[in-house]
Write a protein that binds this ligand. Structure first.
Ligand code: GLN
Length: 469
């Protein structure tokens, strides 16, 4: 049986009755069984729920009914996204036994479009991290280089797709957590504009930054998943009514003549030399496609990490206040209420989460810098149609290499936090491998709600061989 399924491939095979949804899912579970122990990418499998869905799809095939867009497509969901009846731990001890009573809107929409949910993926605790090493359930290995991290915080979601243990997956991006693991695992990964995808059922890290988005093995599949999950949801007042185009239909749009900004500030010292070479080779691919590269300045970039870590931690400490042993999850009893809170939170949260609760001050200053960074983007988009940058300053690093130095870890987010703060859409697409081993990702950013342009550029790049520069 093939292991490199695409969404179209699954649909064709089902329609031609070459395979049933049940058989396809069983084959994925078989592979998960043999590979997951090593990778630690799935935390929970949901075979019963998958079975109900494959039965539904196989019945449609048997009745000769039209198949929905994602019919029978095996997908995985990051463990910070609520799934009814399936444990959702956020990679934390404090929610070790939490089973949500409802589905996130994105999950509901995936299933309504025919997707089969295989299980929940490992991640940094409450999505706080860049390497997946902050999970209470152990790190995930990068399937392309098992001594290395898969990136984070959606490390499991990236790893399962890269290892062929799901056709696509959902992750979340607050400051890079979709784009960076996509880059580290050599697959395309996208966050839409803030508000593009409902956050209903996403367990909050930093509410003004959190976004749900897809991982897949190719840009066309990323476009399909994004289309399914995007759009207004009355359960999330920040989800937008801006219409959702058929992203796949827009993929063929000409990119010739587009002006692509290259911000000088993103190529400063600290960038890995091998990484730089690949990104430069990737830029040549865009030039060959007829795009025009334009040098631009984004002067507030240097302050982005500080602003991001102030805003994200302040919002996190407020969001995490609800884990007090009263309503959800873990409780460690003690004589007084305060002592119970203290012991519950002391035992339930890991070191990184505690560090962030303490860091969450200076919110207003952070917001001021955030608006300057958003202004940098608005100014840039007066001159150019999109912006190209590396996704990460460094390729996947070794497991354990940065865990003792939080600042080093935070600096790995330097190229992704800006787009997060500005609310604009961005994708990471594979852009070659250093020494034919370590994946590099090219980030493409455009103005708010110009997802179709981001996807068209990424698709053209992929089709022109960008992944093999
Ligand atoms: N690495 C960043 C952080 O630790 C981003 C995490 C994310 O996007 N969820 O906050």
């Amino acid at each position: 049986m093939p292991t490199n399924w695409t969404i179209d491939g699954v649909k064709e095979a089902l329609a031609a009755k070459k395979i049933s949804a049940r058989e396809l899912t069983a084959d994925f579970y078989k592979r998960i069984e043999s590979r997951n122990r090593e990778l630690n990418a799935y935390l929970t499998l949901s075979p019963e729920r998958a079975r109900r869905q494959t039965d539904r799809i196989d019945a449609l095939v048997a009745e000769g009914k039209p198949l929905p867009l994602l019919a029978g497509v095996p997908v995985a969901v990051k463990d910070v996204i609520s799934t009814r009846g399936i444990k959702t731990t956020c990679g934390s001890k404090i929610l070790e036994n939490y089973v949500p009573p409802y589905d996130a809107t994105a999950v509901e929409r995936l299933e309504a479009a025919g997707a089969v949910i295989l299980g929940k993926t490992n991640c940094d605790e409450f999505a706080m991290g860049s390497s997946n090493e902050n999970s209470a359930y152990g790190p995930v290995k990068n399937p392309l280089a098992e001594d290395r991290v898969p990136g984070g915080s959606s490390g499991g979601s990236a790893a399962v797709v890269a290892a062929g243990l799901a056709v696509a997956s959902l992750g979340t991006d607050t400051g890079g957590s979709i784009r960076q693991p996509g880059s580290f695992c050599g697959i395309p990964a996208m966050m839409g504009s803030y508000g593009r995808v409902s956050r209903y059922g996403l367990i909050a890290f930093a509410s003004s930054l959190d976004r749900i988005g897809p991982f897949a093995s190719n840009v066309r599949d990323v476009a399909a998943i994004l289309r399914v999950i995007a759009g207004r949801d009355p359960h999330d007042s920040t989800s937008t009514t801006v219409p959702v185009p058929d992203y796949r239909a827009e993929l063929g749009k000409a990119v010739k003549g587009l002006r692509l900004g290259i911000p000088k500030e993103y190529f400063a010292e600290g960038m890995d030399a091998g990484e730089r070479k690949k990104i430069e080779a990737g830029m040549e691919v865009f030039e060959k496609l007829g795009c025009q590269l334009v040098d631009i300045r984004m002067p507030h970039t240097d302050y982005a990490i500080a602003a991001y870590y102030i805003i994200a931690t302040a919002e996190a400490s407020s969001n995490l206040a609800r884990y007090d042993g009263v309503r959800y999850g873990l409780r460690v009893d003690d004589e007084s209420l305060l002592a119970m809170y203290r012991r519950t939170r002391g035992a339930g949260f890991g070191a990184e989460v505690k560090r962030r609760i303490v860091l969450g001050a200076y919110y207003l200053k952070g917001q001021k810098v955030r608006s300057l960074i958003a202004q940098d983007f608005r100014d840039a988009f007066k001159k150019v149609d999109a912006i190209l940058t590396p996704t990460s300053p460094v390729p996947p690093f070794k497991l354990g290499e940065r865990t003792d130095d939080p600042l080093q870890m935070y600096l790995a987010d330097i190229y992704t936090v800006t787009g997060s703060l500005a609310g604009v859409p961005g994708i990471s697409v594979p852009c070659g491998k250093i020494d034919e081993k370590l994946p590099v990702g090219m980030q493409i950013l455009a103005g708010a709600f110009l997802e179709a342009r981001v996807l068209a550029l990424a698709h053209a790049f992929e089709q022109a061989g960008g992944a093999a520069v």
